[in-house]
Design a protein around this ligand. Structure first.
Ligand code: SF4
Ligand code: SF4
Ligand code: SF4
Length: 260
């Protein structure tokens, strides 16, 4: 089973029971997200938020647990890691607080502990301990409207497409998370465009680590190319200076030669 969540925003009433359950079960403190934390209600202590979007639609926001997560690829110390079972976790004993994962995440999910003297990055863990024990995430269990449900990713994808097929007027013909950035474990169906959950529309279906790995692999070659170019430039300048010096020396010698 590939653990996943399907959130159907057409069913969500905005009651925030999911966010309340998340805080309780994960023993998170109540805090006020910082002004610079995107205004979406997420913070190091709020791993789940409910965004009041357009047209009276509420959208539950949490880590998408990408199948090929960019945050994991960006983390230089292996603190962000993907478990064999699927959830993407952050090991605070390894985290050095560099925030590379925050910059890499296409959904702006990991948040920094701004008020801690030794801050780490934190985010939703897909209730890893609960699902390992055969249970389900606290948020899906708490939702009274069944707007957010837990299950196997393939089965939830089939269910999402079934709902869209049965109610084409109610839903846009798209399952968010099915394929963008290589696919995610948290899926959405909705009557409104959910592109605002992603940083821009420029992310395609390729997993981002493939892009970042290509960029990182190019760095040594870029340095070699730059080195070769700088070496060539140095040779040209050096040769020009040497020729100018020889010419000046020749002219000075000519001026000093006594007339015969
Ligand atoms: S949504 Fe962001 S933080 Fe979550 S797994 Fe994907 S890249 Fe990592
Ligand atoms: S899966 Fe668990 S940690 Fe993630 S938002 Fe839901 S309750 Fe919170
Ligand atoms: S508990 Fe369910 S209905 Fe309430 S805000 Fe969360 S997803 Fe929406």
């Amino acid at each position: 089973m590939k653990p996943a969540i399907l959130t159907d925003t057409t069913k969500c009433t905005g009651c925030s029971e999911c966010a309340i359950a998340c805080q309780r079960v994960n023993r998170l403190e109540r805090d006020i997200p910082r002004r610079w934390d995107f205004g979406d209600g997420l913070s190091a202590e709020n791993w789940c938020s409910v965004v009041d979007a357009a047209d009276n639609t509420f959208v539950r926001k949490q880590c998408r647990h990408c199948l090929d997560p960019a945050c994991v690829d960006a983390c230089p110390v292996g603190a962000m890691h993907k478990t064999a079972a699927g959830p993407v976790l952050c090991d605070t004993s390894k985290c050095i607080g560099c925030r590379y994962c925050m910059m890499a995440c296409p959904f702006g999910i990991p948040r920094y502990e701004w008020s801690n003297v030794v801050p780490y990055v934190r985010k939703c863990v897909l209730c890893y301990d609960r699902i390992k024990a055969g249970g389900q995430p606290a948020c899906t269990e708490a939702c009274p409207a069944k707007a957010t449900i837990f299950g196997d990713r393939d089965e939830l994808l089939a269910e999402a497409h079934r709902r869209i097929r049965r109610n084409p007027g109610k839903y846009l013909d798209r399952v968010w998370g099915e394929s963008e950035v290589g696919g995610t474990s948290v899926l959405y169906i909705s009557g409104i465009d959910l592109s605002f959950l992603t940083y821009g529309e420029h992310f395609g279906k390729e997993p981002l680590p493939q892009t970042t790995t290509l960029a990182m692999e190019s760095v040594p070659f870029a340095f070699l190319g730059m080195g070769a170019a700088m070496g060539g430039l140095y040779w040209i300048i050096e040769r020009r200076n040497r020729l100018q010096a020889e010419k000046a020396a020749g002219e000075a010698k000519g001026q000093r030669e006594p007339e015969k």
